[in-house]
Design a protein around this ligand. Structure first.
Ligand code: 13P
Ligand code: SF4
Length: 311
């Protein structure tokens, strides 16, 4: 069987298995085109979490990285949550551990810990609140309005510095030294290259990019915010400053626009570990299941629920 026929067969089998097992497939924007095509819902981290919370499917398959599947399990613990490949881990999520956060809290008991969802369940469980890139500014602004003046932002120093720029200068915010290797590799030279090559282009970047990149961009936003921006902009040439999987989605919603990736290898290797054969295997054999103990589920749920309430 050639690859095309094989993929066609797998897509049909995946659709049949979804119906038979009352399963829902939630996919992140960075997923491979063939995964996006069989997904029931495509979204950013916040939207995937919301969808996982409200679904009445018996099985939730998360096509994304491990923390996204963990988040789905934490907020909808009675469902079977599966990820097609257990090694699809976000490298930034590994840059902070529960022990490190507990140690920090011991030395800084009056600091409020805001944790990006790109983190492990263990780290979430010892955090005061979670946020995603779509709501980070809003969440911190609300906390400031409630009188909180001292924060630690974990683990992304770039998203943290973006949030810090948006809040009053007298608010203290310490940044963890984590970063996304995919976004952090982009430099201002990449932006300048496109500005010179296409003077009429519009450059939209994710806040996980460095400040020098954000400062030169036309728009900064989470993946879903970039999608919204593309829908309403009149610009015909858009340079995308986030993982290139999103370009497949953008081309579908704006087929007359031209898209370029801001970096020659804007690829999250973990996201690309989710393939069609692995998704098929996942649904057929109901693996790999996310299992977390009751206490951890309960503790990690609190900061996520707080986030969902505030955003
Ligand atoms: P979004 O929440 O904007 O989709 O970002 C998730 C992510 O992992 C970015 O690298
Ligand atoms: Fe993690 Fe970066 Fe991949 Fe997003 S793009 S999942 S932050 S490694």
């Amino acid at each position: 069987m050639n690859l095309y026929k094989n993929y066609k067969f797998l897509k049909e089998e995946i659709r049949k298995l979804k119906l038979k097992k009352n399963a829902i497939i939630l996919a992140h924007f960075y997923q491979l085109p063939e995964i996006q095509e069989v997904a029931d819902f495509i979204g950013d981290s916040l939207e995937l979490a919301r969808k996982a919370k409200e679904t009445d499917a018996d099985i939730i398959v998360v096509c994304g990285v491990y923390f996204m599947a963990e988040t789905a399990k934490i907020i909808n613990p009675t469902r079977k949550v599966l990820i097609p490949y257990y090694k699809a881990g976000c490298l930034m999520a590994d840059m902070a551990t529960k022990e490190e956060i507990l140690e920090y809290k011991k030395n800084n008991p009056d600091t409020f810990v805001v944790t990006y969802v790109n983190s492990s369940a263990d780290v979430k469980a010892v955090s005061d609140i979670c946020c995603t890139s779509a709501n980070a500014v809003k969440i911190v602004e609300k906390l400031v309005q409630n009188g909180i003046k001292k924060f630690l932002f974990v683990p992304d120093k770039n998203l943290g510095s973006y949030v810090k720029e948006k809040i009053p200068k007298d608010i203290e915010m310490e940044l963890w030294n984590g970063y996304c290797y995919v976004h952090d590799q982009v430099s201002k030279e990449d932006v300048i290259f496109y500005r010179e090559r296409f003077p009429k282009c519009t450059i939209a970047v994710h806040p996980e990019c460095k400040k020098e990149v954000r400062d030169l961009a036309d728009f900064v936003g989470s993946t879903s915010q970039i999608v919204k921006f593309v829908k309403q902009t009149t610009s015909d040439i858009i340079v995308v400053g986030t993982e290139e999987g999103i370009i497949h989605y953008l081309k579908k919603i704006a087929p007359n626009k031209v898209f370029y990736s801001l970096h020659r290898r804007f690829i999250c290797d973990a996201m690309k570990l989710i393939t069609l054969p692995r998704l098929y295997n996942c649904l057929k054999n109901e693996m790999y299941e996310i299992r977390l103990d009751e206490k951890l589920l309960e503790e990690a749920r609190k900061p996520i629920e707080k986030m969902l309430k505030l955003s």
